[in-house]
Design a binder for this molecule. Structure first.
Ligand code: NAP
Length: 242
């Protein structure tokens, strides 16, 4: 059976992606770091839609923990494979570059970009062998245009977008597609402390997006309907200039 793994599926965009993929018929693996209650809530939401969800906590920024968790999952599911991977887990730690300490740089790069490498590399082999796969990377507007105060985050997301384009060309012949979505401002815990009243004035649609609006685009890219789309970045930002 073809499974979908959503990193950072416990909350926000990842949760909406889990629900949207379940509606597409995927059994969903919900990854998260530590928030088990939120992950269980995601599982319930998937099940309420008639879908199937399993929890698989591990730290995506840690290579060994990632390999261990994914090896264990595969051992428990000898006849299944993870055909769709959504690299969604992410953090931000904003500060002007002159004040940015080493941790703020490395933690953001490890969680947002190294994770893409660790998780994708581990799952790619079976996608190539089975000759069908979908990799969808949740990047950001910051990775396209760059954002002041987010040099670390912009570097990570920009790197993710370039890696999306490179990998897409490597694996296209095996029917594995690799795409990214680049959300603008989306209503989640990550944006809860931002000055929303000011920021919406920058958005032509005059509102933040919903996690579900990102989830729908990801579910489309994961479907058979998107079979000829690869190496692309879909902006989901209410018309914010990119
Ligand atoms: P969020 O509400 O803060 O949720 C973050 C998710 O990532 C949680 O499920 C969290 O797990 C998980 N996570 C964090 N570090 C992890 C780690 N080391 N290992 C495994 N899981 C980890 O964030 P969000 O707004 O939904 O963002 C999701 C993605 O969209 C991120 O990549 C973000 O950069 C991107 N994005 C967001 C926006 C926006 O406006 N919200 C815009 C553009 C791009 P726990 O629940 O266990 O903490």
């Amino acid at each position: 059976m073809k499974y979908a793994l959503v990193t950072g599926g416990s909350r926000g965009i990842g949760r909406a992606v889990c629900v949207a993929l379940a509606k597409e018929g995927y059994p969903v693996i919900v990854n998260y770091l530590s928030n088990e209650n939120a992950a269980l809530e995601t599982k319930q939401m998937v099940e309420a839609e008639g879908g199937k969800a399993e929890l698989l906590p591990f730290d995506v920024s840690d290579k060994d923990k990632t390999d261990t968790a994914l090896d264990a999952w595969q051992e428990a599911h000898p006849d299944d494979y993870i055909a769709t991977l959504v690299n969604n887990a992410g953090i931000r730690n904003d500060t002007a570059m002159v004040f940015m300490d080493d941790d703020a740089w490395h933690n953001v790069l490890h969680t947002n970009l190294d994770s893409f490498f660790y998780v994708t590399r581990r799952l790619l082999k079976l996608m190539l062998t089975k000759r069908w796969g979908r990799i969808i990377n949740v990047a950001s507007l910051s990775g396209i245009k760059g954002l002041a105060g987010q040099v670390n985050y912009s570097a990570a997301k920009g790197g993710m977008i370039a890696a999306t384009k490179a990998l897409a060309q490597e694996v296209a012949q095996r029917k594995v597609t690799v795409n990214a979505v680049a959300p603008g401002f989306i209503d989640t815990d990550m944006t809860a402390e931002l000055p929303k009243d000011e920021l919406v004035k920058l958005v032509p649609m005059r509102r933040f997006g919903t996690p579900e609006e990102v989830g729908h685009a990801v579910a489309f890219l994961a479907s058979d309907k998107a079979s000829y789309i690869t190496g692309n970045v879909i902006s989901i930002n209410g018309g914010l200039y990119t």
